[in-house]
Structures are given as C-alpha cells and as structure tokens.
Design a protein around this ligand. Structure first.
Ligand SMILES: Nc1ncnc2c1ncn2[C@@H]1O[C@H](COP(=O)(O)OP(=O)(O)OP(=O)(O)O)[C@@H](O)[C@H]1O
Ligand SMILES: [Mg+2]
Length: 453
C-alpha cells in the first residue's frame, strides 16, 4: 500500500479552510491546517509534510513568506499558492520564487486535486534528486573525493556515467583540483578495478627514453638495451593508463599515442610486430589544449581522440561550500597520519579560509592544513593569505602613486569597492570577480562599509 500523503492547508478564512480540508480528506489525504504563517511554520517543524497548499494573503504576511521559509529550510516540500482572481502577477511571483504551481480562486475540486498532484510529483522528484546526489557524494567518498557543491555533483555524475564504459576521458582543471583523484575514481568504479592503474606524468619522462619507457623495446633495440623492456602501456594491459600532463607530450609520442587510440596496438622499439592491447586511457591537463592546438603545439587529431568525454574539475574558489568540509576532512586525515589530536578551527579561521581565493586549489588547502595539524600554529594555515598574488595578478594592478602625506586606507578601500560596483553596473558577481575576490568576501566588505548597490 502506498504511504499516506500529508497536506498542510494554510488559509485564514475558516470557511474556505474547512472546505479545502474536506475535499482533500475525502480524497484520501492526511490533512493538517493552519490559519497563519507562524502557525504553519510550527506545524512544519512538528510533523513531516509532503505538500503545502497556501493562500496568498495571510493577515500581515503572505504565502510568499511561507514559501521563502520552506525553500530555505525544507527545499523538497511541494508548494501550491492560491491566488485571488485577476492577480496574475502574484502567480508569476510565486512561480519565480519556487512554488510548484498556483491556482486562481475560485477553483473547482478537480483543479485542486490536479494542482496537489503536480506539487507532489515535483516534491518526489526533488527528493529523488537529493537522494541521488547524496548517494553519489557518499559513493565518491569511498574513492576519496570529498565535496558536495553542485559543480562537483556534475563531476560525480559524469564519473558515474562513464566509469563502466571504455570511453577515453580527458580531465581538465587547474593544478591541485583533483584530476588524478578523479582518474583513480574512474578506474575504481570500472570493471577494470582489479587490474592495474598506471599513472604516467608526461612532463617527467626524459625525451630520450620516453618511447622505450612507454611502448617497450626489444633486446638490442638501442645501445644498452641488453634485455627486452616491457613498456608501461603493455604493463597496463586490461587496466587503465593515466596520462597526466598530456599537454607536455612530445610530437613523436603524440603520434604514437594517436596510433594506439586509433588501432589499439603498439609496437616495441626495434620491432615491427604489432601488439594488441586492451587499455582504458584517461588523460589530464591543466593547460588550455585548444589553444595549444591552434598554436600547433598539440595535434588536433589527437586532441579530438582524447576529448571523447571531458570532465572539468572546478577550481576550489568556485566551490566555496566545500571549503569547510574539505578542511575538516584534511584535519582528520592528517591528525590520523601524524597520530596527533585534531585541532579545531575557530569561526574566524573558517571565515578566512572561505575568503581566500586558493590559487593552488585543494592541494594547497591540504598542505596548509597538514602544516597546521603538525605544528598546531594558526599562522601556518593563513600565512600569505593576502600577499600571494601571482606575478601576473600583481602586474594587472595599475601603478598607483602613494601620496607623500599619506592617506586614509579605509576611505580608499571604500571608494575602490564603490567604484568597482559602479563600473560593473551594480552586478556584485562581476564586481567580485573584477577584484579577484570571492563573492562572500566582496559582500562582507560591502556590508562592512555600508555600501548600497
Ligand atoms: N575533492 C577532493 N577530495 C579530497 N581530496 C582531494 C580532492 N581534490 C583533491 N584532493 C587532494 O588534493 C591533492 C591534489 O589532487 P590531485 O593530485 O588529484 O590534483 P591534480 O589536479 O592532479 O593536480 P596537478 O595538476 O597539480 O597534478 C591530492 O592530495 C588529493 O588527494
Ligand atoms: Mg595531477
């Protein structure tokens, strides 16, 4: 038997409320009722509700206030707003703010039931999505990836979808964003998980030995080749090969790799025999490969062969909600590693972590936390938070003559913020970007200086 669905009817007119409640009760719903927003919130806190059916006008407050409360605190809940005849702008506003449906008054029994059904379906879908996201986050925790931000959910979904296939994957992202971790996750979740995962840093193999190292060499193929050398590709047979820093691969190795991707075969140095291999190829780079292609530094045909499924690892500054989770994760990890107590982070420290722009991404966070755990010194965590602009970023700042008589820093900062806001037409996201600052850090400063947009 399906579970009973609970509807909360919020309506300040007693007759109306009773009528709606009767229709819903007769239709088999478990019905609760409230006559104002405050009492509705109390009911929501006490009992699990599937759908709220709320009138627009509720004494001093409105159904929108209740809707806002719900979307913030219990985002899955189904929500329908009943609007007065001729107030289509209310309906539009309700939908914009996240109502699942609206129903103009007066309405018929059937219309009421239809709108409830619609909200219930929307609620169930949101619930399933949330469950799926949580499951993906959990599953990915097993392979070591931590993070819940929506952009990471996209990464998880991609990993989940392609791990079972043999499709070649190109992982893109700045340094330290977890590209290798994602490659390992793809391997761990594939049928090849019991086979080898061989990681090769293309930037670290010397050109002179690279071909033999990767594809093998027959005995006597070159001076000093006293025995047969099995290359890394052959060693990875049936498993996964991870070509890190693929943008650094020499033109000759690019040609070899392209051949392998096209034919599935390699030839050892000094031999003409083709060896068929079954390998899943994953490549990664922090470089802008299309740019390298246009400059002629990277083969276009190889780029297309590699870029079958791209996965973009987001920079840490774009997944701010993960910073605290990752920080806690690394504290626990490093405390365990060094067998010491896990130090806690004060709210002020968390705030500073959130404000920082993390040019070295997750690796930098991990390293800073490692030093903090080892040395138990807060400055290890936050040192150079404001002064580590890269030389490129520093040179972006226009030359500024320091007045001899000195100047008021506070006033200068306030002016700078206000002018940035003005030249970005009041768009705070753009303004924060312009100042290379996190959105939160920018908002914090606007509030501090009481600057209105
Ligand atoms: N989402 C994450 N959850 C937990 N640890 C992470 C995450 N992302 C990265 N790390 C950790 O951060 C460090 C850097 O990750 P990784 O080596 O995968 O990055 P990368 O993108 O390959 O960097 P590079 O381009 O510099 O090679 C590793 O120690 C990794 O375990
Ligand atoms: Mg790497």
């Amino acid at each position: 038997m399906s579970e009973v669905v609970t509807i909360l009817v919020v309506e300040d007119e007693p007759d109306q409320r009773e009528l709606i409640c009767n229709i819903l009760t007769v239709s088999g719903f478990n019905v609760l009722q409230a006559d104002c927003v405050e009492s509705a919130i109390l009911t929501i806190k006490k009992s699990p509700i599937d759908v709220i059916f709320s009138d627009w006008k509720l004494a001093e407050l409105s159904g929108i206030d209740l809707l806002n409360y719900c979307r913030k605190n219990i985002p899955e809940i189904g929500f329908v707003i009943a609007t007065a005849y001729g107030t289509i702008n209310h309906a539009v506003q309700a939908l914009q703010q996240g109502a699942d449906d609206y129903i103009p008054k007066p309405f018929k029994r059937q219309e009421l039931l239809l709108t409830i059904d619609k909200a219930l379906k929307a609620k169930n879908l949101r619930g399933q999505n949330k469950e799926l996201s949580a499951r993906l986050s959990e599953q990915n925790k097993l392979v070591g990836i931590v993070g819940k931000a929506p952009c990471m959910q996209k990464v998880y979904q991609r990993i989940d979808k392609v791990s079972a296939t043999n499709a070649t994957v190109l992982i893109l992202g700045e340094s330290g964003t977890g590209k290798e971790l994602a490659a390992r996750a793809l391997h761990e979740k594939s049928d090849r998980k019991h086979e080898k995962f061989i990681a090769i840093n293309c930037a670290a193999i010397a050109e002179s030995i690279a071909e033999a190292e990767l594809f093998g060499a027959e005995k006597g193929a070159f001076t000093g080749a006293n025995t047969l050398k099995v290359g890394r590709f052959e060693a990875a047979n049936n498993g996964t090969i991870f070509l890190d820093e693929i943008g650094e691969l020499s033109p000759s190795l690019q040609a070899h790799l392209l051949r392998f991707l096209q034919e599935g075969t390699i030839t050892r140095l000094g031999s003409n025999d083709e060896i068929k291999l079954d390998i899943r190829v994953i490549a990664a780079t922090h470089r802008n490969l299309p740019k390298d292609v246009s400059k002629g530094d990277f083969r276009e045909d190889l780029y297309y062969r590699l870029n079958v499924v791209p996965i973009n690892m987001p920079p840490l500054r774009e997944r701010q909600q993960d910073i605290a989770i990752l920080a806690d994760h690394f504290i626990a990890q490093h405390a365990k590693q060094y067998k010491c107590d896990a130090p806690s982070l004060s709210n002020e420290l968390y705030r500073q972590l959130l404000d920082y722009h993390w040019p070295g991404n997750v690796r930098e966070l991990s390293n800073r936390i490692e030093r903090y755990v080892l040395l138990n010194d807060e400055s290890e965590l936050t040192q150079n938070f404001t002064t580590n602009l890269s030389s490129k970023e520093r040179s972006d700042v226009p030359a500024f003559n320091m007045p001899e008589q000195g100047f008021c820093w506070q006033q200068f900062e306030r002016d700078c913020l206000a002018r940035t806001l003005t030249i970005n037409q009041g768009n705070k996201t753009k303004a924060a970007k312009y100042l290379n600052m996190s959105y939160k850090a920018f908002l914090y400063r606007l509030e501090k200086f009481e600057i209105k947009s």
